[in-house]
Design a protein around this ligand. Structure first.
Ligand SMILES: Nc1nc2c(c(=O)[nH]1)N[C@H]1C(S)=C(S)[C@@H](COP(=O)(O)OP(=O)(O)OC[C@H]3O[C@@H](n4cnc5c(N)ncnc54)[C@H](O)[C@@H]3O)O[C@H]1N2
Ligand code: MOO
Length: 492
């Protein structure tokens, strides 16, 4: 819901009154190595203490989300929807491919040597007979070779009857036996394995499956994700008036869901009433125009994670008989994130309304959940050397979008919970531990779903799924703490 004039008098929607000056990070960095980012939450946040209910640390929340889900079983999927899906059963040739001998050229199919007497297409050819054929045409019984149109001359014999001869551009000896005939089974024989299980299907695989006569392929399960965007103040177009806020989720969430391994399956917008919330979470297969009619495995809601009188997520989950898997995470931003499981097996991921907070909650809880449902390893956390000192913030992890400068991470500016500018310019997100970070120290960090692997990340061999294309060569060891750093690129 919105921060209306009564509910949050000091914090107009979209402003950063609750973000301490320190959040701007690099603005406070100095070039002499004494750069420091304040813990930065010492003021203007009475609600944070009032709602410090977070049951999970950042690491625990990731693990809890990953462990809550079991991989979605494999099933048949239409070829048109199978791109990028992981094949779960070999694709085999159901018959010889091609399954009949055909002409590779436009021209004449002939039997024996010329001249040939033309006969009706498709009829059995006796020696010295020929019939017209097009590329791909079925070779009739008795057809031994194909004479290309440009190598053929149709004339008349002494009796004035049509007769076919070689001529034109014909090479000596043309057509040789079998020339320009695509034999049956030359691509594959019945039973040959065409694509092995485990492969991620590309467009050519799909074409091959179609060539082999498949309408559907058996693929590993992948979570179908429906979005429920809440907030009566949220507008979808144009420049918002005071009190309104332009929707940041519609334009990005479906794509981010795809990048995280989900299948976005429609979005629904609701206001702030409890009835709307309950109906949206109850609805299993909504009649949404852009939904493929699939029941959702995950419903992602935005907004309404707070505990004010009009924030209805937990109440609706409880009324539907669901259980809370995660109810808040000791992190900032994004601490009100909720993960619930409904009795029908659907997960509800409640993202906070603040745009950056929502993306950090999605990275923390949503990414592991979607990975687990989609048969994938826990999303990787790399390490990157930190180009600034970050003070402790006991009890919570801070997620800080950063930019890389000379191989070191510098927290980005404009990273208040309601902002997107810092994330839009970021190379990744630092996972700053509660005890803070020393200058030059290696800090956990994760890549953005749309971004490249973190440059300069030190490869950890024990990763469940190491990135094969990680540009580890970029790391030139830890830069010396007193090495001068040019921060100017961050200040614009
Ligand atoms: N008394 C307290 N107030 C708040 C607390 C708290 O602990 N106690 N936590 C703050 C934090 S931190 C966050 S994050 C937010 C979580 O808010 P909700 O999830 O309930 O979300 P809303 O109140 O509906 O909206 C928050 C904010 O986000 C804007 N919003 C909502 N939808 C969109 C959208 N589609 N695009 C862009 N912006 C959106 C909305 O207008 C609000 O400004 O609660 C704090 N308050
Ligand atoms: O600041 Mo809240 O932490 O935006 O999630």
């Amino acid at each position: 819901m919105t921060a209306g004039p009564l509910s949050r008098p000091q914090v107009p929607p979209g402003t950063e009154a609750s973000v301490p000056a320190g959040e701007s990070g690099p603005a406070e960095a100095s070039i002499d190595g004494a750069a420091s980012v304040d813990a930065g939450h010492g003021e203007a946040e009475p609600h944070h203490t009032a709602h410090h209910h977070a049951a999970h640390t950042w690491e625990e929340a990731r693990r809890a989300a990953y462990d809550a889900a079991t991989p979605i079983p494999s099933g048949p999927v239409a070829l048109g929807a199978a791109l990028g899906r992981r094949l779960d059963q070999d694709i085999v040739a159901r018959q010889d491919m091609p399954h009949y001998a055909s002409s590779a050229m436009d021209g004449w199919v002939v039997n024996g040597s010329g001249p040939w007497i033309p006969v009706e297409p498709g009829t059995r050819l006796a020696p010295h007979q020929a019939s017209p054929i097009a590329t791909g045409g079925l070779i009739p019984p008795g057809g031994k070779a194909v004479l290309r149109t440009e190598s053929a001359v149709l004339g008349r014999d002494d009796d004035g009857l049509p007769v076919l001869m070689t001529g034109g551009k014909a090479r000596p000896g043309e057509p040789r036996a079998g020339e320009h005939i695509r034999k049956a089974g030359e691509e594959a024989l019945e039973g040959d394995i065409l694509v092995k299980a485990g492969v991620e299907l590309n467009p050519a695989h799909l074409a091959l499956a179609a060539l082999a006569g498949y309408d559907e392929v058996q693929v590993q399960g992948k979570p179908v994700v429906r979005l429920v965007l809440t907030g009566a103040e949220v507008v979808e177009r144009g420049t918002p008036a005071p009190g309104q806020v332009r929707d940041t989720f519609g334009p990005q969430l479906p794509d981010v869901v795809s990048m995280l391994g989900g299948i976005p399956a429609g979005q629904q917008r609701i206001g702030d009433s409890y009835g709307e919330w309950l109906a949206a979470l109850e609805d299993v297969v909504p009649g949404l125009p852009d939904a493929p009619g699939l029941p959702a495995d995950v419903v992602i809601t935005t907004g309404g994670t707070g505990r004010s009188g009009t924030d209805h997520l937990r109440r609706a989950v409880a009324e539907l008989g669901g259980r809370l898997v995660i109810d808040g995470v000791a992190m900032r931003p994004g601490h009100p994130a909720v993960l619930a499981e409904l009795p029908d097996g659907r997960f509800v991921l409640g993202l906070p309304g603040n745009p950056l907070a929502a993306m950090m909650a999605l990275s923390t809880v949503g990414a592991p959940l979607l990975a687990a449902l989609g048969h994938r390893a826990m999303p990787a956390v790399e390490e990157v050397p930190c180009g600034t000192m970050i003070e402790p913030d006991p009890g919570r992890t801070r997620l800080m979008p950063f930019r890389l400068l000379y191989g070191m991470a510098a927290p980005a500016q404009h990273t208040g919970p309601g902002m997107m500018r810092g994330l839009a310019a970021a190379d990744g997100v630092l996972v700053v531990p509660p005890h803070g970070v020393q200058l030059g120290e290696a800090v956990p960090a994760f890549a953005l779903p749309w971004g490249p692997p973190i440059q300069g990340a030190q490869e950890k061999p024990a990763k469940p799924k190491p990135r094969s294309n990680a540009r580890t060569g970029q790391t030139k060891g830890k830069p010396a703490a007193n090495e001068p750093v040019d921060w100017s690129a961050l200040l614009g």
